[in-house]
Ligand binder design. Structure first.
Ligand code: ACO
Length: 318
């Protein structure tokens, strides 16, 4: 059994904040942010908008695109870094909001790589028959983890959610073909939140060694993409679209250049969404599906890297 994406969806908070608006409050400029990151704006969650509400909105869209209802779902995984509560899992909140059956529902914490991790886990569960119709969501309210006094991090992140419906399918020519997941816990001090339930009893705020993260991201992402393409017995020229984690335009450009892939085959949404952590890959995927760039039958390469460090890639025939 393979796993195919039968529908995608996404959701953004109502409020869009431009670089110019940030520059009124923080010692930064539109020029600096655009030149160093490619980011022009981000969406910031307001009152009543949470990781779970954004996830639910994205899930409803994905279900509608797949021609499915909540009653069909037998697995829900939410990838997130910024949950509504320390527990229960955001996935169970989404389950309740959707009115889905009492199926398995749990969260995955792999920071920005969370969606790629969740997709790979769901693929394995569908392959052994423990689910047939799964809802895989990446959702975040990362701006609630920001230190607004730290201009080196607060300009980089945004909020949002993306979702896919993943269904079991026995057509070997379609669906998820290969995936690879990695982590290196020794690099945790490079990117982390300086708080947590068991340490400070606070959520903490994002701390990052930007240059180090940048260097590791390009190396690790280029390698994992090369490996997953080789696992599938393909060449980089077989990839129709790279759907990368949207952290920084320069990271994306440098990574695809290492693979010899042209910029025209990369879905870039970092300018509009900024870095939405686990939401960024499914948000970019849904954007390119809805604007008609990604077509049925296209070979997609999804990749992400985040705190941990964690990183991974997934190849699929859409
Ligand atoms: N506005 C204006 N100036 C700034 C800002 C800002 N927002 N932030 C930093 N600067 C200044 C610095 O203080 C520094 O000034 P100085 O030279 O007087 O000391 C100067 O800009 C250069 O700073 P650098 O940190 O060297 O800038 P760099 O070119 O490395 O860009 C950035 C910083 C954008 C954070 C980059 O390192 C990066 O993108 N790293 C990857 C981090 C990332 O994407 N993290 C997301 C999570 S992980 C992931 O998703 C892969």
């Amino acid at each position: 059994m393979g796993a195919i994406i039968t529908g995608t969806g996404s959701a953004l908070p109502a409020r869009c904040v431009t670089n110019a608006e940030l520059a009124e409050r923080i010692d930064t400029s539109d020029e600096w942010i655009v030149e160093r990151t490619g980011i022009r704006q981000r969406y910031i969650a307001g009152q009543g908008e949470t990781t779970a509400t954004l996830a639910t909105e994205a899930a409803r869209q994905a279900l509608s695109a797949a021609g499915r209802s909540a009653a069909d779902i037998d697995l829900i995984i939410v990838a997130k870094t910024s949950p509504d509560n320390s527990f229960p899992a955001s996935a169970t909140k989404v389950q309740a909001l959707l009115g889905a059956p009492t199926c398995a529902a749990f969260d995955v914490q792999a920071v920005c790589s969370g969606f790629v991790y969740a997709l790979s886990i769901a693929d394995a569960m569908l392959a052994v028959g423990s689910a047939r119709c799964a809802l895989i969501i990446g959702a975040e309210t990362m701006t609630r983890l920001l230190d607004w006094e730290d201009r080196t991090t607060c300009v980089l992140f945004g909020d949002g959610a993306g979702a896919v419906v993943l269904e079991a399918n026995d057509d070997p020519a379609r669906g998820i073909i290969a995936s690879r997941l990695h982590a290196d816990g020794t690099q945790a001090p490079m990117l982390y939140a300086d708080g947590g339930v068991s340490t400070t009893q606070t959520t903490g705020m994002i701390r990052m060694a930007g240059r180090e993260v940048f260097r590791h991201a390009v190396t690790n992402l280029a390698q994992v993409l090369t490996d997953v393409i080789a696992d599938a017995g393909l060449n980089s020229s077989d990839i129709d679209w790279v759907v990368p984690h949207q952290a920084n335009k320069r990271i994306i450009d440098a990574t695809v250049k290492k693979l010899g892939l042209p910029a025209e085959r990369v879905v870039m949404t970092v300018d509009r969404h900024a870095n939405t952590s686990a939401a960024s890959v499914p948000l970019a995927l849904d954007t390119a599906v809805r604007d008609g760039r990604i077509q049925r039958g296209d070979m997609l390469a999804l990749e992400a890297m985040g705190g941990g460090f964690t990183w991974g890639a997934c190849l699929l025939r859409y």
